[in-house]
Design a protein around this ligand. Structure first.
Ligand SMILES: Nc1ncnc2c1ncn2[C@@H]1O[C@H](COP(=O)(O)OP(=O)(O)OP(=O)(O)O)[C@@H](O)[C@H]1O
Ligand SMILES: O=c1[nH]c(=O)c2[nH+]cn([C@@H]3O[C@H](COP(=O)(O)O)[C@@H](O)[C@H]3O)c2[nH]1
Ligand SMILES: NC(=O)CC[C@H](N)C(=O)O
Ligand SMILES: [Mg+2]
Length: 520
């Protein structure tokens, strides 16, 4: 069951990688929204009675025969609609216009739109004659508008960059206002939500908290829940939120899989026990995880094994507690979108996050995932709202599969120990230099490559360690952290001198995309 405020916007998902960014921009405008896959949009629409609808982008082409469509009822409800990219093309195709495959291959990346006519969508923001940067990613384009529509802005590759039917309050944009590379995009979406749809913009994280608590109570009833607690911010926030909802029906389970960083297990357990009166079980499972990882080198195979073994451990612990019907996890939106499409739609799998795509198909417990729609920085806001100590809220993320995905090739205890030492030195230096909070995530990776070195006039033949540090707001995109060379040189020297088994250190200069943050 979902608790929906009466003033909401429905986002219909056609499989864009960035659909959740639309939701987040709407939330930032102080308006509640929900995403529904196009297949179930009609039911969501009837349940929510939204004050506006946004149609997302998507990988399909409306020119293809079996491509996704929006329920016709949306167009007959008398409420404002904003179509983005595929959504714009779709509106055109469904309302009597037409779409073609661009002869020139389309537009990808930065583009400029020129405003030709005033429009409620950018009232108070843009004026006629101005040029504005936007971000495009399309191969198709609208080539005839449906009756009632007029073009209000053009770009070089799209004569219908923004189109409007002011009488029906239908708007279409060929670009993506939800991404940061459209500098005024957030304001356009806010304008749509507040000015066009007439919503007050008074929704907040405090309301999210109340709504989720009600939702958790409705889902769980009197039954028992165990929550996978990792020490990371997501599961800490999930645990505290669920505890507010159902009190002592909740038990937390921390799994030490032997793939933790140096000293982390003890730190997590004592930090949590020191702050909360929530029962916490500490499971020692190093042998189980490392045993199963022996000989496994494929990244997806590692992830799937770890996801499955987590569940085995959770189910075991549930049995020991006399049974638990629900497993709670701090799953966030980026875990979901990279693993599978959020909505079962046609997005592409990048990697199976252990808590989503890595889950076994047959699982005896049902999932409670109250943070599933949020991005990391929103979870931090919620954490502060719930009064979590900064030690949890400000922590760098650490992936559930831990060091296993930072040791390309086979994972052994010996290699975990080597990596733990290098990683601890790196983080110690980052903290000592006051850089921890400026960096979103930093870690060392142990490569399955050996190189020749010389130490004390002797030859060495040892492993290479790569250092990674990125800035980001939500983990969906990331840039490298520009350390000064002196800092990196100091860390490299310390690692090679102090860690047996590593004789060379490199720094990873790849942003995301095209890289991902973790190496596997
Ligand atoms: N060692 C662990 N023991 C129990 N549960 C875990 C463990 N590692 C991960 N999980 C579960 O998997 C979920 C996803 O992990 P993830 O690393 O994304 O989140 P997190 O650890 O809570 O936060 P962060 O992203 O800040 O590290 C966690 O929220 C938690 O429920
Ligand atoms: O709990 C998790 N389970 C996973 O399987 C997983 N894989 C990646 N990550 C974390 O997600 C963020 C994005 O990472 P990538 O760019 O490598 O996909 C980064 O913060 C990663 O550390 C994971 N977290
Ligand atoms: N980003 C999108 O929504 C793309 C829409 C459509 N697939 C096109 O290429 O034009
Ligand atoms: Mg984590």
């Amino acid at each position: 069951m979902t608790v929906t405020p009466s003033d909401s916007i429905l986002i219909v998902d056609f499989g864009s990688q960035v659909t959740q960014l639309i939701a987040r921009r709407v939330r930032e405008a102080g308006v509640y929204s929900e995403i529904a896959p196009f297949q179930s949009a009609e039911a969501a629409f009837a349940r929510m009675r939204p004050k506006g609808v946004i149609l997302s982008g998507g990988p399909a082409s409306v020119t293809a025969e079996a491509s996704p469509r929006a329920p016709q009822a949306l167009f007959e409800a008398g409420i404002p609609i904003l179509g983005i990219c595929y959504g714009q093309q779709l509106m055109s195709a469904q309302l009597g216009g037409s779409v073609v495959i661009s002869g020139d291959g389309g537009e990808f990346g930065r583009a400029y739109v020129e405003v030709k006519q005033p429009c409620a969508l950018f009232d108070g923001l843009w004026s006629v004659g101005e040029r504005h940067q936007v971000w495009m990613s399309h191969g198709d384009k609208v080539d005839a508008l449906p009756p009632g529509f007029t073009p209000v802005a053009v770009s070089e590759g799209a004569p219908y960059a923004i189109v409007a039917d002011e009488a029906r309050r239908f708007y279409g944009v060929q670009f993506h206002p939800e991404v940061v590379h459209t500098p005024d995009g957030a304001r356009l979406i806010a304008n749509f939500a507040r000015h066009v749809c007439g919503l007050a913009g008074d929704w907040s994280m405090a309301e999210f908290r109340e709504a989720k608590i009600a939702e958790i109570r409705a889902q769980v009833g009197e039954r028992r829940v165990i929550c996978g607690l990792s020490g990371g911010v997501d599961s800490a926030v999930a645990a505290v939120l669920i505890h507010e909802a159902i009190g002592d029906q909740l038990t937390c389970v921390f799994v030490d899989h032997g793939l933790m960083r140096a000293g982390e297990a003890d730190e997590v357990v004592s930090l949590f026990r020191g702050h909360y009166n929530i029962p916490l079980v500490h499971v020692e499972a190093e042998a189980l995880f490392l045993g199963g990882l022996a000989g496994v080198t494929d990244p997806e195979a590692k992830r799937k094994f770890i996801g499955k073994t987590f569940i085995d451990v959770f189910e075991d612990e549930a049995r020991k507690l006399g049974g638990a019907e629900f497993l709670a996890q701090g799953t966030l939106y980026p875990d979901v979108i990279e693993s599978v499409s959020f909505t079962g739609g046609p997005s592409v799998t990048i990697k199976s996050h252990h808590n989503v795509g890595g889950l076994p198909e047959r699982m005896n417990m049902r999932l409670v995932e109250p943070l599933r729609e949020l991005f990391k920085d929103e979870v931090r806001v919620l954490g502060r709202e719930l009064g979590l100590p900064e030690a949890f809220v400000g922590r760098h993320p650490f992936p559930g599969p831990g060091l296993a995905i930072r040791i390309p090739g086979e994972v052994t205890k010996e290699r975990c120990d080597i990596l733990r030492k290098a990683d601890a030195i790196y983080l110690e230096e980052i903290r000592a230099n006051g850089l921890y909070d400026a960096i979103w995530q930093a870690f060392a990776v142990l490569l399955p490559v050996r190189t020749v070195g010389v130490m004390g006039d002797g030859r060495t033949y040892e492993s290479v360690c790569a250092l990674r540090a990125v800035t980001s707001t939500d983990g969906m995109t990331a840039d490298i952290y520009p350390f000064d060379a002196g800092f990196l040189a100091r860390v490299a020297t310390r690692i090679v001198n102090e860690v047996q088994g590593i004789n060379r250190v490199t720094y990873d200069y790849t942003s995301k995309p095209p890289g991902t943050i973790e190496w596997e």
